[in-house]
Design a protein around this ligand. Structure first.
Ligand code: NAD
Ligand code: MG
Length: 390
């Protein structure tokens, strides 16, 4: 029986993780869970899964949840320290890191330091803390399994056994992208995109922020950096290929010309279950892939003119240091401003570029440097947006 701590339980990844737990109650038990403000959803989770501890984002949310959970034997807490504590607790074997954005970094690090199995959905934490994050994983003997579908696919396609192929046989990683809802739109049409249109992803049902990132290709940019940290490569070793059907989740190309791909219907329960059961597998109730019905798989190059965020991410990687934390923080602020209709869709990449090249980039010597970079970038990005200076 594996004890699960689910960070971000009320989100899209959280829901899919709960589905997998519910399908295999003999293998998994929800021990702890967190959410920011979705009290009703969390109350339902408490009644259904009976976790020991639950952490919310505020005292108010905590009070409301207590009322809805009276009679249940669950400890309801709030705040950063409680969040870090539930991720490191005894009895928790696996931590699903599914909080949205940079806010996920601290509790994920706490889980790493406690040597848990980390199921990493929260790409922003790895993108921003990079080498320090990976160093902590090594130092504490934590097992890090990528949940992002592309990275999960790459993980599955890489050499896994001591007797088989080794990493030096890998020629390159092929990272697939759906292209998002505006893949074939003109720049002119993209000017007036609304948040509702941007959140309407053609293949995946996801949280708001990652949906916008997918539409602007910032998600692929973050994933490019994520792949570099996870698999110890550079952006030059990774080719991004747009694949609108989202059936091939990514590939590894070998020196001899072989390409190994992982395929499946676009449903996050597949990579989530893989992470939870690795190196074994369980059923997921995702319908089997019907290639005859799909008929045709398409591939095309990304258009960096219409989607400059992808290139910005590669640049941030090569700039190094805090550049990736800066780009991430700029993007989080820009996406929030777009959702509030303060800036247009194409302005997201403009703000990102203005902020990335307007900040000092420092070497990442400690986590403190990362948190400081995040904070000062947010201030600067708010200023840039308020002044229309992008
Ligand atoms: P979501 O918006 O649906 O859910 C986010 C969860 O995080 C919620 O439970 C929310 O309560 C919590 N949260 C939000 N802000 C918080 C804060 N400041 N402090 C603490 N908790 C907070 O997001 P999602 O789509 O489930 O994505 C979660 C993470 O997984 C993101 O990093 C995303 O990039 C990554 N991811 C998602 C998918 C997907 O299909 N949804 C795929 C790959 C990776
Ligand atoms: Mg992905």
């Amino acid at each position: 029986m594996q004890g699960i701590c689910l960070l971000g339980a009320t989100g899209s990844i959280g829901q899919s993780t709960l589905d997998v737990i519910a399908q295999h109650p003999d293998q998994f038990k929800l021990v702890n869970a967190s959410a920011h403000s979705s009290v009703k959803k969390m109350a339902e989770i408490c009644h259904r899964f009976l976790p020991e501890r639950v952490v919310m984002g505020s005292a108010e949310a905590c009070d409301e949840l207590r009322e809805l959970c009276s009679g249940l034997d669950v400890s309801i807490e709030w705040g950063d320290q409680a969040l870090e504590s539930i991720a490191a607790q005894d009895g928790v074997d696996q931590v699903m890191a599914a909080i949205m954005g940079f806010a996920g970094l601290k509790p994920t690090l706490s889980a790493i330091r406690a040597g848990k199995r980390i199921l990493l959905a929260n790409k922003e934490s790895l993108v921003t803390a990079g080498q320090l994050f990976m160093n902590e994983v090594k130092k504490h003997g934590a097992v890090l399994l990528p949940i992002d579908s592309e990275h999960n696919a790459i993980y599955q396609s890489l050499p896994q056994t001591a007797t088989g192929a080794v990493k030096k046989d890998v020629a390159k990683i092929i990272l697939t992208a759906s292209g998002g809802p505006f893949r074939s739109w003109s720049l002119e049409d993209m000017k007036s995109v609304t948040p509702e249109q941007a959140c309407n992803h053609p293949n995946w049902s996801m949280g708001q922020k990652i949906s916008i990132d997918s539409a602007s290709l910032m998600n692929k940019g973050l994933e490019l950096i994520e792949a570099c940290w996870l698999f110890d490569v550079t952006p030059d070793d990774v080719e991004v290929v747009v694949h609108p059907e989202s059936i091939v989740h990514s590939m590894v190309s070998y020196l001899d010309g072989s390409v190994i791909a992982q395929m499946g219907n676009p449903d996050m329960k597949i990579p989530i279950a893989y992470g939870m059961t690795w190196p074994n597998r369980v059923t997921t109730q995702v319908p089997p892939l019907n290639l005859v019905e799909i008929g045709c798989l398409n591939f095309e190059a990304p258009d960096l003119q219409r989607f400059p965020n992808l290139d910005l991410a590669a640049k941030a990687w090569y700039l190094g240091g805090t550049a990736m934390a800066i780009l991430n923080a700029a993007n989080e602020v820009a996406v929030a401003a777009f959702l509030q209709k303060k800036i247009g869709f194409l302005d997201i990449a403009r703000v990102n570029e203005r902020v990335l090249f307007g900040m000092n980039i420092d070497p990442v010597e400690s986590l403190n440097v990362v948190f400081q970079a995040d904070l000062s970038t947010r201030e600067f990005a708010h200023h840039v947006i308020a002044q229309g200076d992008f």
